[in-house]
Design a protein around this ligand. Structure first.
Ligand SMILES: Cc1cc2nc3c(=O)[nH]c(=O)nc-3n(C[C@H](O)[C@H](O)[C@H](O)COP(=O)(O)O)c2cc1C
Length: 330
């Protein structure tokens, strides 16, 4: 069994959270509390990733790194244009125009990030959105890292086993943020965490990290519970929304990025969840200006407020206190 996971004093891991919340400070706090934290490489420049790994190393601790596996969902150009037209009034609120003509597709600088991990090895690398190819897995393995795949079904778990992965992050649909599903154009099955983990474990005999619900696993990875922690890099508008008693719940939506992700309901998800086409990263780039302008204006109605179904349990206090309390409840 992989020791970086089983040797933890606190088997509650700080899950990777791209877009700000998963800061080096959060990862350092998790490690110092006897847990493990994941830096999220997604959206970051390779240089920023290298700096974050260096900051964690300089603090005398280690961390995992999470990568978006290249598994693009190219947007249908006509559906993309229609969605861009639909969003034009939202952009106009902030004096922006949307360049809906050409969907931007990229791979989040995958190969450059592999180079960073070669130069700055970490003990565990996890993937979301799919599985990397055989050569890239071999390259990462040579860095000495354990390799973990985020999976959302027994079939994805089996694919990960066949690809030679060491561990699984079994992510339930209740989890906050993007689903790791390998097939984002398909509706997500909302299977309760316990049931999902039991079905994965009966299909595939690999160590499991549970995410999005607590169940039989070597460790549990939490994201939402840490979003308001002192060390998280969560934006002010996101923190305030998580604490707002008027927020009634979360939804699975691809309205912001073209991939299914769970966040707090707001005007944007109410209006566009049914209308948004599949298309990642094209929709991510399309809506990015609106989301940044809205966040800067302190307007939570047009920001992606990623959160899992347990968002009421997100408390404002040191990450170590949150992780220790959750470990005590396992
Ligand atoms: C703000 C936010 C950003 C996230 N970013 C990533 C990411 O970059 N990579 C990833 O594998 N999972 C990401 N996730 C999912 C978490 O790693 C984890 O699976 C999830 O938070 C667990 O469920 P919980 O939110 O109910 O604790 C993100 C979650 C949140 C809330």
């Amino acid at each position: 069994m992989p020791s970086v996971l089983t040797g933890l004093d606190l088997p509650v891991i700080a899950a990777p959270m791209a877009g700000g919340p998963g800061s080096p400070a959060l990862v350092i706090a998790a490690a110092r509390a006897g847990s493990l934290g994941f830096l999220a490489a997604g959206y970051k420049t390779p240089q920023a990733l290298a700096e974050e790994i260096a900051a964690v190393t300089a603090a005398g601790v280690t961390c995992g790194v999470n990568l978006f596996a290249p598994n693009p969902v190219p947007a249908d150009p006509a559906a993309f244009r229609r969605y861009a037209e639909l969003l034009a009034p939202e952009a106009a609120r902030y004096g922006l125009t949307l360049d809906g003509a050409a969907p931007v597709e990229d791979d989040d600088r995958w190969h450059d990030k592999l180079d960073v991990l070669r130069a700055h090895p970490v003990p565990i690398v996890s993937f979301t959105f799919g599985l990397p190819g055989r050569d890239d897995l071999a390259l990462l393995r040579r860095t000495g890292a354990l390799l973990a795949a985020t999976v959302t079904s027994p079939a994805e778990a089996e694919a990960a086993r066949q690809a030679g992965l060491d561990a699984l992050v079994v992510q339930a649909a209740a989890a906050g943020g993007h689903s790791g599903t390998f097939t984002p154009a398909r509706a997500l099955a909302e299977v309760p965490a316990g049931e999902l983990i039991a079905s994965v474990r009966s299909a595939v005999d690999l160590p499991v990290i549970a995410a999005g619900g607590v169940a039989t696993a070597v460790a549990v990875a939490v994201g939402t519970a840490l979003l308001r922690s002192d060390e998280a890099g969560t934006s002010a508008v996101h923190r305030a929304a998580l604490a707002d008693p008027a927020r009634t719940g979360t939804v699975l939506t691809r309205a912001f990025t073209g991939r299914p992700a769970r966040g707090l309901r707001n005007e944007f998800t109410d209006r566009y969840s049914r209308l948004a086409p599949s298309g990642y990263p094209a929709l991510h780039y399309l809506t990015s200006g609106i989301r940044k302008a809205a966040a800067a204006a302190g307007d939570p109605e047009r920001v992606h407020l990623w959160a899992g179904t347990g968002f009421r349990q997100a408390t404002a206090e040191p990450a170590a206190a949150i992780l220790s309390r959750l470990a005590g409840q396992l």
